[in-house]
Design a protein around this ligand. Structure first.
Ligand code: FE2
Ligand code: FE2
Length: 131
């Protein structure tokens, strides 16, 4: 469902490796939502979802540091886009005791991956093109 593709590559090795990991975690989360036979599914879903969230935040920090270091001219708009997304991520609260958890995670996963793919394709790739 979710995977790194050549068209998402920025050409910056460290950033591409992190984007790749983001796709992996998204895919793991997706596979988990599809697995009907797993015990403690909600706990595992909420753990892996936390991982996706925190890895995204760490990635933003690394990417911003890279752009600063290289005096990237689009830094301000990148930070603004990251900040907007940081706020959205903070608004997502997963309750592992709620039976709607699975639906919520599916929706949020869709939203997160959509955002990431668009952001990588239309914004992050420009970092690699400019530097
Ligand atoms: Fe990125
Ligand atoms: Fe970015």
């Amino acid at each position: 469902m979710y995977e790194m593709k050549d068209e998402y590559l920025t050409g910056i090795e460290s950033i591409d490796a992190e984007h790749c990991r983001l796709f992996e975690i998204a895919e793991e989360t997706y596979q988990l939502t599809m697995d009907e036979f797993i015990a403690d599914k909600y706990d595992r879903l909420s753990d892996i979802f936390d991982e996706l969230k925190s890895y995204t935040l760490t990635h933003f920090e690394h990417e911003e540091a890279y752009m600063k270091e290289h005096n990237y001219k689009g830094l301000i708009s990148q930070i603004a886009a990251h900040n907007e997304f940081r706020e959205k991520l903070n608004d997502v609260v997963i309750d592992r005791n709620d039976e709607n958890t699975e639906e919520l995670i599916k929706e949020v996963l869709d939203f997160i991956t959509d955002w990431l793919v668009n952001h990588i394709y239309y914004s992050d790739k420009k970092i690699g093109e400019a530097l």
